[in-house]
Design a protein around this ligand. Structure first.
Ligand code: GDP
Ligand code: MG
Ligand code: K
Length: 285
């Protein structure tokens, strides 16, 4: 059997460690405390003839570069390059949790969503057509109740299907950031594509987005490239043009578009949800 490297990515308290423990038979501490030590737990287990090398990563609301946890998760994804990411969602707080999903979509990764706390969703009376939601975002969704071990086998079966490209739902969708930003992304991608080392390791769209957002870690990734001067000149020019035009930084425009995308997808698939209540910037921790 083959080995699949899998990383658990999700908001704090979405149930990542519970899922990690129940899948791997580990006994890591589960709970509601913050003050996280930034390190990954790793466990190896087998299912259906495959070996899973599973990483439990620190909880984050976002994968930018503003906290050590965010940077840790981002570096793990970019450097360790997991074969499949399991995005663990707290189903009782969908809109907020899906923000991180939109960042995974930008990264063009193989993703499976564990729709965790599914028991809470059912109690809440919300009606979610999660299969249709999965089709809309191009990511298969498997309901789980990690604290009771429910849905976990099915989850890892789906990980195998995504790894082997058997899963019909998977399609690499792009969130549309509007005509002007999409034009700048394409120009910058043209420049990035000239460097085969870069495109062998990273999604050119993801790098283009990060550079347009003036993201420091994005620049660090591109800096060793032989054509760094050309890439950064195009990025600088396009970013300044967009910021003059929108009188706002590109990151803000992209964040708004992501929330628009989530709201649209949930409006189509979820009855009874109250949208735009839980933006990550409203968080209090
Ligand atoms: P993490 O911060 O993402 O690692 O989340 P934890 O695994 O530590 O879980 C946070 C809390 O949610 C713990 O009290 C778990 O027992 C609980 N929990 C985990 N999964 C579920 C679930 O599916 N349903 C419910 N109701 N509680 C869960
Ligand atoms: Mg945890
Ligand atoms: K926790």
């Amino acid at each position: 059997g083959r080995t699949i490297n899998v990383a658990l990515v999700g908001n704090p308290n979405s149930g990542k460690t519970s899922l990690f423990n129940v899948a791997s038979g580990s006994h890591e501490r589960v709970g509601n405390y913050s003050g996280v030590t930034v390190d990954a737990k790793q466990a190896v287990f087998r299912q259906d003839g495959y070996t899973f090398n599973l990483f439990d990563l620190p909880g984050t609301y976002s994968i930018t570069e503003y906290t050590p946890e965010e940077l840790y998760v981002r570096r793990h994804i970019l450097d360790a390059m997991p074969d499949v990411v399991i995005n663990v969602l707290d189903a009782s707080n969908l809109e907020r949790n899906l923000f991180l999903t939109t960042q995974l979509i930008d990264m063009d990764l193989k993703v499976v969503i564990a729709l965790n706390m599914y028991d809470e969703l059912e109690k809440s009376g919300l009606k979610l057509d999660y299969r249709n939601l999965g089709r809309m975002i191009g990511i298969p969704i498997v309901p789980t109740v990690a604290s009771r071990g429910e849905g976990i086998r099915e989850l890892f079966k789906t990980v195998i299907d995504v790894f082997e490209d058997n899963e019909p739902i998977v399609r690499h969708i792009h969130i549309n950031y509007g005509k002007d930003i999409e034009h700048s992304i394409r120009l910058l991608q043209d420049e990035i594509w000239k460097n085969t080392d870069l495109v062998a390791r990273y999604s050119s769209r993801y790098l283009a987005i990060k550079l347009l957002c003036n993201d420091k870690n994005g620049y660090e990734v591109v800096e060793p490239a032989a054509n760094f001067a050309e890439i950064s000149a195009v990025a600088e020019h396009e970013r300044q043009k967009l910021e003059r035009q929108y009188k706002d930084c590109v990151e803000t425009i992209i964040t708004d578009a992501k929330f628009g995308f989530i709201a649209g997808a949930l409006e189509e698939t979820c009855q009874g949800i109250n949208l735009r209540k839980n933006r990550p910037d409203d968080r209090v921790d």
